[in-house]
Design a protein around this ligand. Structure first.
Ligand SMILES: [Zn+2]
Length: 309
């Protein structure tokens, strides 16, 4: 969703909230003549203010109008309560309390507009619906015991820091066994980075290599440029693919080109240092050592622990 589309949507939500509320006010006025009387006077307030503005004792008159206005509102509230009706009965209900569905927060676009745009960006990034639930807020250290908890607390800090300072071309290498939270933290970082307006592509290494192969061997069409041009590329599960000399050269090409252009990469793998160097070659391994911060994920498989809860 573009910002324009999000603003149109907000506008429609605001219109609906206002017309729903107006309809309820009409209902009240029909049923309770004393409320109708109050509403009639309240609706003349802006006309009273305009006429007061051109008078000599302007500020004095406006002060009086304000007082009367507050008094009427208070009286209306009490009357509604005495009829057993909530004083908020005909108050507009906006989907965003921050901007009352205007889409602006006073200075710029409200966070609800940014979020509406980001939500689509999440999905087009390759972050599926399930991954969207994996956030920093629900990442829990309670599944890690002893030394692993200390290590993972450090890893969490690195990831939080990475997400908040994103934009400086830094890269991360996540290593460690299955079920230790690599995908969870990748997803959490991706969401923060998308919220800042950057483009993120999140894909399994296998699918990335498949796309390059499809294009290379003319088996069909695939968009490989996104892997080179997005602001953050997250390649999940590196090492689980069927690796060949071709996959190693694609990996080198991706990493090299992205590093040269200052575009960030997060690689996540079950492989250790030795295996990485053996599988993808010294050339890639030294790139990883030189340009990536390594996060070693520790502990026992969280998915198994959660199953037992
Ligand atoms: Zn808003």
């Amino acid at each position: 969703m573009t910002v324009n589309e999000a603003m149109l949507q907000k506008n429609a939500q605001r219109e609906k909230a206002l017309s729903d509320a107006a309809r309820k006010t009409e209902e009240l006025d029909e049923k309770y003549p004393d409320i109708a009387e109050i509403d009639k006077e309240l609706s003349s307030v802006s006309a009273q203010i305009i006429s007061a503005l051109s008078s000599e004792n302007c500020s004095e008159r406006i002060e009086k109008i304000k007082e009367r206005n507050l008094f009427l509102q208070e009286m209306r509230k009490e009357k509604l309560i005495s009829y057993g009706i909530s004083p908020q009965y005909d108050t507009p209900v906006f989907s965003c309390p921050l901007c009352s569905d205007t889409g602006y927060d006073g200075k710029t676009f409200c966070s609800c507009v940014i979020k509406a745009c980001a939500r689509d960006a999440y999905l087009s990034s390759g972050l599926g619906k399930a991954l969207l639930d994996q956030t920093f807020e629900n990442f829990s250290l309670k599944y890690y015991g002893g030394k692993a908890r200390e290590d993972m607390s450090d890893v969490l800090d690195i990831c939080l820091d990475y997400a908040s300072s994103f934009g400086n071309g830094a890269n991360l290498l996540f290593t460690g066994g299955t079920g230790l939270g690599k995908t969870h933290l990748s997803s959490a970082i991706a969401q923060r980075v998308i919220d800042k307006g950057y483009t993120v592509v999140y894909e399994s290494a296998q699918n990335v290599f498949d796309d390059f192969e499809t294009v290379r061997f003319g088996r069909g069409t695939a968009d490989t440029s996104k892997y080179l041009n997005c602001d953050l590329l997250i390649m999940d599960d590196l090492g689980s693919e069927f690796s060949t000399q071709y996959t190693a050269s694609v990996l080198y090409q991706i990493i090299n080109q992205r590093l040269m252009n200052g575009r960030s990469v997060i690689l996540s793998t079950n492989l250790g240092a030795k295996e990485l160097s053996k599988r993808y070659g010294e050339r890639i391994y030294s790139r990883l050592l030189g340009s990536f911060d390594t996060c070693v994920f520790a502990g026992s498989d969280i998915r198994l622990i959660k199953l037992g809860e």
